[in-house]
Design a protein around this ligand. Structure first.
Ligand code: DGL
Length: 269
């Protein structure tokens, strides 16, 4: 195993390409940090699987990144963060940041009428992870969770805007609107790419909470608090690993990341 120090990379994993929304924010907030991203593309999607299966996959992802000598692990996948975070924390010796708590705490800060909506995959909503995290901060807040399974394939297909995206969003979000929420948590890696459509359907007065943005902020705070910020001045490295062939990941991923994906390798877990 590589020796861990300030200059070690940050590890980030997701079930596939979606976690690149969090990685993009990490690049923005922490441009001098090296990163290693793992997309478990052979086993995506996680959002329709049982907690046991997601936990097993997450454990293997975390072990792989730990073997690369990372100094901190970001679980960018909402589904994995919802059902496996405690198991992952026990399995590695570095700080682990999930996307749920940062998103939940920003939502609590944002709400005025104490009604928060959460949208995510079936597994994320079934776990009630956001609801529990929000209620742990403020027990008087009402939380309404809804799964929106078609949003993930829509975004991957490149249809995050336009007529079809609007129709699907209107259908899914009608129930959320009826609850009278003033804040909506985008509780899935892919949903930040649908912000425009979601905002149009929900109305511009509804605050959208982007868990990817909040997670990047939390990552920066944790590195600072733990004295783990990178000290080297030369250009950081940005490596990518996938568990299936890289072609589709690169094609869809460059759209998510809005930059080129250069160093990528397929691995077996
Ligand atoms: N990354 C997943 C999440 O944020 C969405 C895709 C999947 O179902 O694996 O929940």
């Amino acid at each position: 195993m590589n020796e861990i120090n300030n200059n070690s990379p940050i590890g980030v994993f997701d079930s596939g390409v979606g976690g690149l929304t969090a990685l993009k924010e990490i690049f923005r907030v922490l441009p001098d940090e090296s990163t290693i991203y793992l997309g478990d593309t052979a086993r995506v999607p996680y959002g329709i699987r049982s907690p046991e299966t997601v936990t097993r996959y997450s454990f293997e992802n975390a072990q792989f990144l730990a073997s690369k000598g990372i100094k901190l692990l970001v679980v960018a996948c909402n589904t994995a963060s919802s059902v496996s975070l405690e198991a992952i924390r026990k399995s590695v010796s570095v700080p682990v940041i999930g996307v749920i708590e940062p998103g939940a705490s920003e939502a609590v800060k944002s709400t005025r009428n104490k009604k928060i909506g959460v949208i995510g995959t079936e597994a994320t909503i079934r776990s009630s992870a956001y609801k529990k995290a929000i209620e742990a901060i403020d027990g008087s807040v009402q939380v309404f969770g809804f799964s929106c399974p078609l949003f993930v394939p829509l975004v991957e297909e490149g249809w995050a805007e336009g007529e079809i995206a609007m129709m699907v969003a209107e259908k899914y979000l009608r129930k959320v609107k009826e609850k009278g929420v003033d804040t909506l948590v985008l509780g899935c890696t892919h949903y930040p790419l649908l912000k425009k459509v979601i905002s149009e359907v929900m109305g511009s007065d509804i605050r959208l909470i982007d868990s990817a943005v909040e997670t990047a902020k939390r990552t920066a705070e944790t590195l600072k608090k733990d004295g783990l910020e990178r000290k080297l001045k030369e250009r950081p490295s940005r490596e990518f690993y996938v568990t299936d062939s890289p072609e589709r990941f690169v094609k869809v991923g460059e759209r998510f990341l809005q930059q080129k994906i250069e160093r990528i390798e397929k691995i077996e877990l």
